[in-house]
Design a protein around this ligand. Sequence first.
Ligand code: SF4
Length: 322
Amino acid sequence: MNEALERASAGEELRRADVLELLSLEVGSGDYYALLCAANAEARSRFGGRGAIFAQIGIEASPCPANCGFCSLAKDVFPAENSFVLPVESACYMAGEIAAQGVDELFLMTTANYPQEDFLEYARRVREHIPDGMRFVANVGDFGHEYARELRAAGFTGVYHIRRLGEGRDTELEPAARVRTLDAVKEAGLELYYCVEPIGPEHTYEEIADEMFRAKEYPVGVMAVMKRVCVPGTRLFGRGEISAAELAKICAVAELCVKPERAMGVHEPDELCLMAGANQIYAEVSVNPRDTSLSTETGRGASAAKTKAMLAAAEWRWEGRR
Ligand code: SF4
């Protein structure tokens, strides 16, 4: 067993060199399975065997100026005539249904195009349809300190925000602006949700390790990994996808490096990662940047029932929201 794996198996803090060594393990080798085993054991112990389901409602679709090369809503690929905003009454109904199913946390997502003030008003309405104790998370474009405080006042408890792999190269966003938003989230006392994403075959282990350590340094209680999905028509479609086996390796390293207190997620929902350190997956409804359908629940998005079945298949106990 190599030294990094020994440190990981012993529950020791991983150094950058350890993370790079573990990410370099050959898929299918004995050490690869030992890595997955260590992450799985540690996650089951830290999360007490409990799985988690988060749900996301995409409330709006329009040609997004961020123009991310992997996204179905990027301005280069999304037809303006298909733009739409989910009626707030529909979102309220969906939120109520999601809450009634016992889903742990609810996310609202927009493109980077959606007006900030409109989003606050929309979110206040939706918030009224979920229980007081349910965590409520915004997934929106960049913002500053003042808007972060307004999100909190509107009822949000947290924000999903990331500096993407390839940010500024495969997107038209400034990496520094992404980081400023992360800082604004923390400064406002909102919970930051982080993810290494969207992982493609061209990303180096150095880049992937950078994002793991960024999460660790903030720190975050909910971490995740996500592979890039090849959406037909998008600019990066031809670059292909990493395998499920490779994603499981990255998931295992992220779990052992960051040791998130509340949950370790994976997108898309994936049983292999649920045996490699992940305990949390998403149900999705309405718009989804990884889907060309504007009703992802009939396309790529998993339902709450499917996510429950997947957690059960990997023997994660799901008891619903506490
Ligand atoms: S991933 Fe988000 S920010 Fe990027 S183009 Fe799609 S909607 Fe816009």
